[in-house]
Design a protein around this ligand. Structure first.
Ligand SMILES: *[C@@H]1O[C@H](CO)[C@@H](O)[C@H](O)[C@H]1NC(C)=O
Ligand SMILES: *[C@@H]1O[C@H](CO)[C@@H](O)[C@H](O)[C@H]1NC(C)=O
Ligand SMILES: *[C@@H]1O[C@H](CO)[C@@H](O)[C@H](O)[C@H]1NC(C)=O
Ligand SMILES: *[C@@H]1O[C@H](CO)[C@@H](O)[C@H](O)[C@H]1NC(C)=O
Ligand SMILES: *[C@@H]1O[C@H](CO)[C@@H](O)[C@H](O)[C@H]1NC(C)=O
Ligand SMILES: *[C@@H]1O[C@H](CO)[C@@H](O)[C@H](O)[C@H]1NC(C)=O
Ligand SMILES: *[C@@H]1O[C@H](CO)[C@@H](O)[C@H](O)[C@H]1NC(C)=O
Ligand SMILES: *[C@@H]1O[C@H](CO)[C@@H](O)[C@H](O)[C@H]1NC(C)=O
Ligand SMILES: *[C@@H]1O[C@H](CO)[C@@H](O)[C@H](O)[C@H]1NC(C)=O
Ligand SMILES: *[C@@H]1O[C@H](CO)[C@@H](O)[C@H](O)[C@H]1NC(C)=O
Ligand SMILES: *[C@@H]1O[C@H](CO)[C@@H](O)[C@H](O)[C@H]1NC(C)=O
Ligand SMILES: *[C@@H]1O[C@H](CO)[C@@H](O)[C@H](O)[C@H]1NC(C)=O
Length: 420
């Protein structure tokens, strides 16, 4: 009985696996020397609205198994134009085009999609003819260089009369040494449960190399006001207190941490781009760069990347520290609204650096009237508001219990007097 069960489960697993493999295809691009520069696995489901003589109509289909890389149109780019392009052809003259670009500080992004359909193909587009081309500039697909981008979740790309659902994505562009990286950048949709900020506990951490001696928790940083704009207006507004917590070792292997309040009058700069908004803050030798990204399919924006660099105290074995994390999903809110958190939020940049954010209100991308939009409160604040409510309810319950107990007690003692 047991082995039959195991066999059945095995078959089911194999079937599920086959089903999964069938729906996603692998596409690879090599440079003229044969070196691999781009590898992509994904499934795509298209919904295309097209016109026949009499009416408009939708057709829906998957990327078919005959999809293949069009080598002549795909490219690894070159030194002058380091743009990688993947062109995939399928069916009767249909194609899709994904353009990859490098982005500061160490990212690659899908900067454009292009879809081309041959409407003469009556198996997909009955009673129609001609050609339909749609281009979508920008995307929220981005990953650290030398990592593969993983996204199991559905990501919908809509442009003109074409809507595409992208899923089971494994992509690496700018592959080094013809080897797909083992490191991964996981898309925020796949890890929506790991985004909650960590609550501070002021217990000194111990590491294998020694003990951590924390500087006593310093005063809160002052709140600074920051904004980033370009010719078309403001793309970032922020009001927040910033504190850096840097960990470093000294000669005798003792690990120390230095807490640095970032001054509110720091010089700030930034960039408004279609898919990212950057805020760059500099004070002396300390630099904090915050990168916001947006997810057009879920209408959310979030703090996606942090780059921190600072000099360390002279007793440190290293002169300075540089920490980068490009797979964050912090300070997340709906596009058009602002994110607000009174509670301190600790964002780990690396094992040696964290950014502590106090009293934050921030909004990126769409900002109507150059003012913060409606507020979306962080989870921590909502929990904090919950505590007084819970305590209040508990106290009310206690009072009620005492009252009932008192009334019952009185009744009992009355009964007692009556029997005598
Ligand atoms: C892509 O999918 C193919 C099967 O279709 C699989 O053999 C290959 O290992 C996958 N590549 C990556 C990078 O996941
Ligand atoms: C695409 O949509 C527009 C607006 O809905 C429409 O005018 C146009 O005819 C459509 N194109 C095709 C090829 O169906
Ligand atoms: C086609 O689908 C789109 C979105 O999925 C919808 O807005 C549109 O009305 C549909 N068109 C037709 C002719 O059904
Ligand atoms: C690809 O390009 C080469 C030369 O650049 C050409 O000879 C060949 O016919 C092209 N193939 C296709 C399918 O266009
Ligand atoms: C693919 O798109 C890029 C722009 O994103 C364009 O430069 C290139 O010509 C396109 N390639 C094809 C074959 O359409
Ligand atoms: C579609 O058919 C028309 C004639 O019916 C022809 O002129 C055109 O080149 C065809 N387009 C493609 C992409 O095959
Ligand atoms: C950004 O979006 C605007 C408007 O949608 C467009 O004109 C511009 O070309 C885009 N820029 C890039 C770099 O994609
Ligand atoms: C993606 O969308 C398909 C329908 O198009 C649905 O069946 C599937 O469950 C979705 N997958 C995820 C991970 O949401
Ligand atoms: C490239 O790969 C070869 C063998 O696969 C290895 O010996 C070499 O160290 C690699 N180079 C880099 C820079 O990773
Ligand atoms: C700074 O980091 C250390 C080690 O991670 C930790 O023990 C300490 O509590 C942190 N201090 C502050 C103020 O965040
Ligand atoms: C390392 O040096 C610091 C000060 O230089 C001292 O306070 C600490 O006790 C030393 N730790 C060890 C393990 O020697
Ligand atoms: C941030 O600004 C500093 C100084 O103005 C500059 O050196 C640095 O390159 C900038 N960083 C980014 C990511 O823009």
């Amino acid at each position: 009985g047991c082995s039959v069960m195991a066999g059945a489960v095995g078959l089911l697993l194999a079937a599920a696996l086959l089903g999964f493999l069938q729906t996603s295809s692998t596409f690879q691009v090599n440079d003229p020397d044969g070196k691999l520069c781009l590898s992509a696995n994904f499934s795509m489901k298209f919904t295309v609205e097209f016109s026949t003589k009499s009416k408009k109509q939708n057709t829906t289909f998957q990327l078919p198994p005959d999809a293949h890389v069009i080598k002549n149109d795909s490219t690894c780019g070159n030194k002058q134009a380091p743009v990688e392009i993947l062109v995939v052809g399928f069916g009767k003259g249909h194609s899709l085009n994904m353009t990859f670009e490098k982005k500061d500080p160490s990212l690659y992004v899908v900067s454009a999609f292009m879809f081309k359909f041959n409407l003469n193909d009556s198996s997909l587009f009955p009673d129609s003819f001609g050609e339909l081309t749609e281009v979508k500039k920008g995307s929220d697909i981005q990953a650290n260089l030398n990592t593969k981008y993983l996204c199991h979740s559905n990501n919908t790309i809509t442009t003109g009369n074409v809507s595409v659902v992208l899923s089971n994505v494994v992509i690496e562009a700018y592959v080094t040494n013809s080897t797909i990286s083992k490191k991964e950048t996981i898309c925020s949709e796949d890890k929506s449960t790991t985004t909650s900020p960590i609550i501070t506990t002021h217990t000194p951490a111990t590491t294998t190399s020694g003990t951590t001696t924390s500087v006593p928790p310093s005063a809160k940083p002052e709140v600074g006001q920051y904004s980033v704009n370009d010719s078309s207006g403001i793309c970032l507004l922020a009001s927040m207190g910033l504190q850096l917590n840097l960990t470093y070792s000294i000669q005798n292997k003792t690990v120390l941490s230095k807490v640095l309040n970032f001054p509110p009058n720091a010089s700030s700069s930034g960039k408004c781009e279609n898919v990212t908004v950057t805020l760059n803050l500099t004070s002396g030798s300390t630099n904090i760069s915050l990168h916001f990204a947006q997810n057009s399919s879920t209408e959310k924006y979030f703090l996606h990347g942090i780059v921190v660099s600072a000099n360390l105290p002279s007793e440190a074995t290293e002169k300075s520290i540089k920490a980068v994390n490009n797979s964050l999903s912090a300070l997340k809110a709906t596009i058009g609204k602002s994110y607000k958190c009174v509670a301190e939020e600790i964002i780990l940049v690396s094992d040696k650096a964290s950014l502590n954010i106090y009293d934050v209100q921030v909004q990126a991308f769409k900002i109507a009237g150059d003012k913060f939009g409606a507020v979306e409160e962080c989870q921590l604040d909502e929990n904090n508001m919950l505590i007084p409510i819970v305590v209040g309810a508990a106290l009310a319950g206690l009072v009620l219990i005492v009252l009932i107990a008192y009334l019952i007690g009185r009744k009992r003692s009355h009964a007692g007097y009556q029997t005598i």
